[in-house]
Design a protein around this ligand. Sequence first.
Ligand code: NOJ
Ligand code: CA
Length: 540
Amino acid sequence: MSESPWWQSTTIYQVYPRSYQDSNGDGIGDLPGIIGRLDHIQDLGIETVWVSPFFASPQLDFGYDVTDYEAVAQEYGTLDDAVRLIDEVHARGMRVMFDLVLNHTSDQHPWFQRSRSSRTNPKADWYIWADGRGKHGRRPPNNWKSAMEFTSAWQYSPIRKQWYMCSFLPFQPDLNWRNPEVKEAMFNSVRFWLDKGVDGFRLDIFGQIMKDAALTNNPVRPRVYNGFPRMTERVHTENTADNVQLAKDLRAVCDEYPGDRVLLGEVFGPPSVLRSFLGDDDGLQLVFLFDFLTYKYDAEWFARTIAEFDRNFPAPQQPTYVLENHDRSRTIDRVGGDPAKARVLAVILLTVRGVPTIYMGQEIGMSNTPLRFKDALDPIASSVFRRVPQFVADRMSERLNRDEMRTPMQWDSSANAGFSPAGVQPWLPVNPDYVRVNVADEAAQPGSILNLYRQLLRVRREHQSLRTGSLALLGALPPDVLGYRRNDILVLANLGEQPAVVRYTGEVLVETGQVAVGSGRTTLFPDSAVVLRTVVPRMA
Ligand code: NOJ
Ligand code: CA
């Protein structure tokens, strides 16, 4: 029997290049900086590194607005650095994924500059253009909303006297993927990186690329989805059948190459819809499941959510779990600043069946850096969230300034946390807690969260049950206890406020908080978790 593909049991670490390591003292993280820190990622025990976009960009959305998919932004380094990054990751026995923004480019991309110059130029049809409604066409073509929901997805161009679509922000025009030339150009950029040896891609807002060709209005149905307001039901702009087909076309490009090149989609929707992107192992291999970003710190919630994903992504498919990323709040801030709870969540993330993703700094317990909204560099915070009407703000679970989760990685307790040399002003301020929360100090403390992450990742690598074993939730547990079995491994976590006793025991592989493993029973104090190895009864 052949071994299962690497992506089914990998662990992913997200690097936000601008904030990882500044190698040349300009206050901005860069590719040589990442290369210089790969040993940290390897020591942590990670198997795959995902690097957020570092391509040529005016950086209005910090790289999610690309002007050249085959060039590296000047402040991040050179093409040689990108190739060296791939090689250096491989030299350490890890895999590397880049971040592809296929839905939109920057409005400063030469394609868009050309496209908007007239209705007849060779790139005229490379973006989604439409005539407006009303007497002078000054009303948007239809009711489609931008990602922010309370603004139109359409922007007016006085030059073409037409509207162009932006699913996200006004400077991020959507490419017209129904134009075969666009598809060809973009697929060639995908090949450009595959040729250089990249192991796969994280796909930015992948579910929104193929919109209804007839521009049919979306049904109006206001509600709150994933913590954000939704004014319309996005049936004609998200997760369309054509978009699932695009997943298959992109997979075919990856399959032109040897080795398993992996596609990890950023898609939103109910599990059954997300699963449709995987096709019959002929679509994306992985899709993010973002529910762990909006969890309730509650055993019942986790049991229900894990069960739902486990059912919807049966092996060899894998759920892909996320606790933190560059868009949403740090874990510690979600759990009232309590590191004990963040540690329990780390145990769950790294022991459930699926691919865990870890955002840089999560492994040392970084928290959101308190910053003033009015200073925000994040375009959502500065141009959108600052202006949302109060009634909308009230309905949002997080009205975030994403700068707060993007401050520099905290390496040590020296000036600038070791991110930039002393005397340099980093692009975003360093969180003042760096004197306590940093890699060097935590590495030296056996009980640190960093060492918990290392230990969990090691145990995961060493135990096949945690990599590929099935998952069975344990029933009949005290109310606040989450428990599941992965073959011979048992995971128990007490998310409640009272000590709890369970009738399970075994050899302790990892523990956090206060746990007493006795004969025939284990006592879990509040905010504790334990990974046990049990003896499995032999099959008759
Ligand atoms: C999702 C990315 O994670 C986010 O950072 C970005 O702003 C948008 N997509 C737009 O590309
Ligand atoms: Ca730099």
